[in-house]
Design a protein around this ligand. Sequence first.
Ligand SMILES: [Zn+2]
Length: 316
Amino acid sequence: MSIITITSCPVCGSNDLKKTFDGVDYFSSREVFPVCDCAHCGFRFTNNFPSEDAIGRYYDSPDYISHSDSYKGLINRLYHYFRKRMLRKKVGLVAAHAARPPIRLLDIGCGTGHFLEAAKEQGWIVSGIEKDEKARESATIRSGLMVNDENFFWEMESSSFNVVTLWHVLEHLEKLNETIDKIKEITTPEGIIVLALPNCHSYDAGFYKELWAAYDIPRHLWHFSPDTVEKLLTKHHLKIIKRVRMPLDAFYISLLSEKYRGSNPLMKYGRPFGVGAIGLMRSLFNPERASSIIYIAKKWEINRNQANNSEKTCPS
Ligand SMILES: [Zn+2]
């Protein structure tokens, strides 16, 4: 198996990297991978992880929910309940921040295509990228969606879309900086890039520490916080124009974390609701404590032009 070892920080380039803890793959293999922090910028990441061509087996389970659509068990049923609620919120969020219609949207890592379906119902022109063949087929057969594999992504022409979305996907992608560069290239100058990411500085992450299920090692390679997302996007000349908290994710993540901890039945269900509720309350006062956060970003250039234009037209 080929292993990728990170020797310089993907965000700031520093070589001052320190192991913070040993992360366990609780979901499938029980293998251990070092989780490191950059001493310079604070970026956290999984190290010594399997390369793209070898990581497939770590996803290979009927329980891998974004690929399988499994409704088995309470956790999966809760996931689907929250997903349905979130679909409406996501579509509304894109509609509120997208450039002028027609909206041409690309969803990267679209799984079985539920968000694309909801977006298509709005009359938007939609397509998706999905690595998993079964998920791709499911999206195509069920809804007639246009979904391609990742090779297609790298061939896409510049300014093809005015909305590019990645819902809990960027943390899985080995080519972090190259992917952001390509996304920038295929997005129109006035387009928006929407990233939903787990927050390793959230209340629930602090509570469960190494057992926090959203570390999801080794499938999650990069463990973002609001601060490191901003540093990464700024490096790529992208500006965050909006952050939206997703505090309800804490309930689902906490349930999974308790499962990994092997808690007794009372704690297994009781404590996650306590942690989720406290996380929800805290995120109301401090959005940076939310379990997951949606970031909406735009290219810097357009904002600078807008600023210049507004300066020119401003009488004062
Ligand atoms: Zn760094």
